[in-house]
Design a protein around this ligand. Structure first.
Ligand code: FES
Length: 180
C-alpha cells in the first residue's frame, strides 16, 4: 500500500470519527438544551391555573369551615378519582373566605377540621393549625397553604390546576383576593 492511499484512508477515518463524535454530541446536547430552555418553551396544559367553581356560596355558611372538592383541570384520561382534590373552605364573614389545601404543610397528610376545638389536626405527626390556617403546634414550619379565590355570580371560585406550594407562599399565607 503506497503512502498516498494510507493518507487518504487516515483522512477518511478522521472524518468518520469527527462525524460520529458530532452525532453523539448532538444526542447529548439536545436533551440538555431542552431541559435548560424548558421554563421558557414548556407548553402549559389546558386548564393550568384556571378558575374553578367550588359551588354556590350557600354551601359555605358564614363562620363555618366546610370540606369541598374540585376536579383537577389538568387531567389524564387514566387518572380516575385521584383527580378529585379536596380543600377546606372557611367563610369568615360572607365576604372574606379562606380556601386551604387539604395537605399538611409538613409532609402532606390530609388534615381534618375539628369544629369543637376550632383546629385543623394532622393525623400523621400531630401537626395542629388554627382556624385561619396558621400553625399552632407540631412539626409543620408554617401554616396551611391557601388558594387564590374570587366570588362571582354567587359562586366561590379558586385558582386551581397548580397546587399551592412553599414557592407560592407569598400570597398563600395571606389569602386570596376577596373578589374579582
Ligand atoms: S404530615 Fe402533618 S404533621 Fe407531619
Amino acid at each position: 500500500m503506497n503512502t498516498e492511499n494510507r493518507t487518504s484512508r487516515r483522512t477518511m477515518l478522521v472524518k468518520l470519527g469527527l462525524a460520529f463524535n458530532g452525532i453523539v454530541g448532538a444526542c447529548v446536547a439536545v436533551p440538555i438544551l431542552r431541559y435548560l430552555l424548558s421554563p421558557v418553551t414548556r407548553e402549559r396544559k389546558v386548564g393550568y391555573e384556571s378558575w374553578l367553581s367550588l359551588g354556590g356560596l350557600e354551601q359555605f355558611p358564614a363562620g363555618q369551615t366546610r370540606l369541598a372538592t374540585y376536579r383537577n383541570p389538568v387531567v389524564n384520561a387514566w387518572d380516575g378519582e385521584t383527580d378529585d382534590i379536596a380543600c377546606w373552605v372557611r367563610n369568615v364573614d360572607d365576604h372574606t373566605f379562606q380556601v386551604f389545601a387539604v395537605n399538611c404543610a409538613h409532609l402532606g397528610c390530609p388534615v381534618r377540621w375539628f369544629p369543637q376545638s376550632n383546629l385543623f389536626l394532622c393525623p400523621c405527626h400531630g401537626g395542629v393549625y388554627y382556624q385561619d390556617g396558621s400553625r399552632a403546634s407540631g412539626p409543620p414550619e408554617r401554616g396551611l397553604f391557601q388558594y387564590h379565590y374570587k366570588l362571582e355570580k354567587g359562586q366561590l371560585f379558586i385558582k386551581a390546576g397548580e397546587m399551592p406550594t412553599p414557592g407560592r407562599a407569598a400570597y398563600g399565607q395571606r389569602g386570596g383576593s376577596k373578589c374579582a
